[in-house]
Write a new protein. Structure first.
Length: 139
């Protein structure tokens, strides 16, 4: 498939971009998304990677990148878009915004725990874990 910014990608490269949180279309490839959409993309990327490989490195982008780079049978390093995907991964690994979202995902027991709330001062929607508001499991 052909994706804006990356060009022609193989499916597993798309899965890694989803793990970063990208919205991938022919016209657009972006992570500048509302948190709920980006969180959904990240979950979907992880699920697809688990299905394709039988491995589970969670949301650890560096671990997925290392594993897939060492296993050519998955096609991750196919030259179509690998240079752009590798750059996106390298930029995303230390990204504080993505790390914040990973922390939310790792702390959430289910997708329903993450609820968007409005930050009136900035006018943006941001998810907050229910446990952060004292609505956790009570353990």
């Amino acid at each position: 498939m052909t994706i804006a910014r990356f060009g022609k990608i193989v499916p597993i490269q798309g899965d890694v971009l989803l793990l970063i949180g990208y919205r991938l279309t022919m016209a657009q490839a972006t992570v500048a998304l509302p948190d709920p959409e980006r969180l959904t993309n990240m979950r979907q990327g992880r699920d697809r990677l688990r299905q394709r490989t039988g491995q589970d490195f969670g949301f650890d982008l560096a671990a997925w990148h290392t594993y897939l780079s060492a296993h050519p049978e998955y096609g991750y390093t196919h030259p179509y878009a690998f240079a752009g995907v590798r750059l996106a991964v390298e930029e995303a690994i230390p990204d504080v915004e993505r790390l914040r979202l990973v922390a939310l995902l790792q702390g959430a027991s289910s997708p329903a725990v993450i609820e968007p709330t409005c930050d009136k001062e900035r006018g943006s929607a941001e998810p907050h874990a229910a446990a952060d508001r004292g609505l956790g499991s009570g353990l």
